[in-house]
Design a protein around this ligand. Structure first.
Ligand code: NAD
Ligand code: AKB
Length: 316
C-alpha cells in the first residue's frame, strides 16, 4: 500500500486524483496539499490536507517528515495561458517548485511523479503523429518550463537515483473542477456552456487540432505509471500519451448530436491561438503503450455523452 503526497491538489487534476487515490490506497494514505484551502471540500475534509506553497522548501520537507510518503505527485504549476500573461510567475512556480520537490525527494528517498504537457513541443516539432523523442523548441514560457522539468527529472534519476516518472498530458477534459488557465480549456468550457446556455463562443479557430483526454483516462495513466515495473521503463519521464485529437468543429458536432439546439460561433483570441498553433496536432503514444500498457478508454463520442450526462445533473 503506497502513501502519497499530492501538491496542487485543489486544481483540475488534483480535485479528482486525490479522491481516486484515496479509493485505492485509503483516505489516510493520501495527503492533499495546495497553496491555500480553497476548492473541493471533499479533498480538504475526507483525508489529511496541508497548506504547502511549493516555493517554500521547508514546508515540503516538514510535510514529508510528518507523513513519510513513498511518492510525491507534484501537480502545482502555472499553465500555458496564465504563464504567457505572467512568465516570471510561471518560471518561478514551475521551475523552483519542481526543484524543491526533487531536492526533498532526494534527501528523504521518495519517488516523484510530475506531468509534462504537449506544450513541451513547439513549431519546429513534427506536427502529426509527433514522436516520443523529437525536436523540443517550445515558444511559450510554460513549454520552456515543461522541457526543462522533463530534463531535471531525468537528471535526478540518473544522477541521484530518484525514481522520477511522468507523462506529457494533452488537454484534459473534466466536470469536477474547472481548468486553471490553459489553452485547451475551450474543450471544457464548451460543455458547460452547451448544457447551461446552448451557446458557446470559441476562442480557438476552426481547423485547429490538439490532443485531448477525458479525466478518467488521465487518472488511470497516473496510477498505471506510478505502479509500473521500473525494469520495463525506458523513458521514465515525459511519456507521450493521448486519447483523441480534434478541432473545435468536431466537438461542436458531437455535442449537437445530443443537444440539437446548441450553437457555436468564434471570437479567436490571438494569444491562445498562437499557443495552440505551436503545439502538435496529434501525438504518437506507442512508447507508453509498450512500456507500461497505456490504453485509453474514452474517445470523443463516449466522453461527450458522459460529460453531458454529468453536467446536466451538476448544473441543474
Ligand atoms: P490547475 O491550474 O488546475 O491546478 C494547479 C494547482 O496548483 C492549483 O490548485 C493552484 O492553487 C496550485 N498552485 C499554484 N501555485 C502554487 C504554489 N506556489 N504552491 C502550491 N500550489 C500551487 O492545474 P492542473 O490542470 O491540475 O495541472 C496539474 C499539472 O498537470 C500541471 O503540472 C500541468 O502543467 C499538468 N498538465 C495539465 C493539463 C490539463 O489539461 N489540465 C495538461 C497537461 C499537463
Ligand atoms: C494548457 O492548455 O496549458 C494545458 C496543457 C495542455 O498543458 N491544458
Amino acid at each position: 500500500m503506497k502513501k502519497v503526497l499530492v501538491t496542487g491538489a485543489l486544481g483540475q487534476i488534483g480535485t479528482e486524483l486525490v479522491m481516486y487515490l484515496r479509493n485505492i490506497y485509503g483516505n489516510n494514505n493520501v495527503i492533499a496539499s495546495d497553496i491555500a484551502k480553497k476548492g473541493s471540500e471533499k479533498v480538504i475534509e475526507a483525508g489529511p490536507f496541508e497548506i504547502i506553497d511549493v516555493l517554500d522548501v521547508r514546508k515540503i520537507d516538514e510535510a514529508v517528515e510528518k507523513y513519510n510518503p513513498d511518492v510525491i505527485i507534484h501537480l502545482a504549476a502555472i499553465l500555458s495561458a496564465v504563464g504567457e500573461s505572467n512568465p516570471s510567475l510561471a518560471w518561478n512556480v514551475n521551475m523552483y517548485g519542481l526543484f524543491n520537490i526533487l531536492e526533498v525527494a532526494r534527501s528523504k528517498g521518495c519517488a516523484v511523479f510530475t506531468p509534462s504537457s504537449i506544450a513541451a513541443f513547439g513549431p519546429s516539432t513534427p506536427k502529426d503523429n509527433t514522436p516520443q523523442d523529437t525536436i523540443q523548441r517550445p515558444t511559450t514560457m510554460y513549454g520552456v518550463t515543461k522541457v526543462a522539468g522533463e530534463l531535471l527529472c531525468d537528471y535526478y534519476f540518473s544522477k541521484y537515483g530518484v525514481d522520477t516518472r511522468g507523462v506529457r498530458f494533452p488537454g484534459l477534459i473534466s466536470y469536477e473542477a474547472l481548468p486553471g488557465g490553459g489553452t485547451t480549456d475551450y474543450a471544457v468550457h464548451i460543455y458547460y456552456e452547451a448544457v447551461k446556455n446552448k451557446k458557446y463562443t470559441c476562442y480557438i479557430k476552426e481547423g485547429t487540432y490538439m490532443d485531448m483526454m477525458y479525466m478518467p483516462d488521465a487518472l488511470n495513466a497516473i496510477v498505471s505509471l506510478i505502479e509500473a515495473n521500473p525494469d520495463k521503463l525506458i523513458h521514465r519521464n515525459a511519456f507521450n500519451i493521448t486519447a483523441m485529437s480534434f478541432a473545435p468543429e468536431h466537438i461542436y458536432s458531437e455535442i449537437k448530436k445530443i443537444i440539437p439546439e446548441f450553437i457555436m460561433d468564434y471570437n479567436v483570441d490571438p494569444i491562445r491561438q498562437a499557443i495552440a498553433d505551436s503545439w502538435p496536432n496529434s501525438l504518437d503514444d506507442s512508447a507508453a503503450r509498450e512500456e507500461w500498457g497505456w490504453n485509453p478508454k474514452y474517445n470523443l463520442t463516449l466522453m461527450t455523452k458522459d460529460m453531458i450526462e454529468k453536467l446536466s445533473v451538476k448544473l441543474k
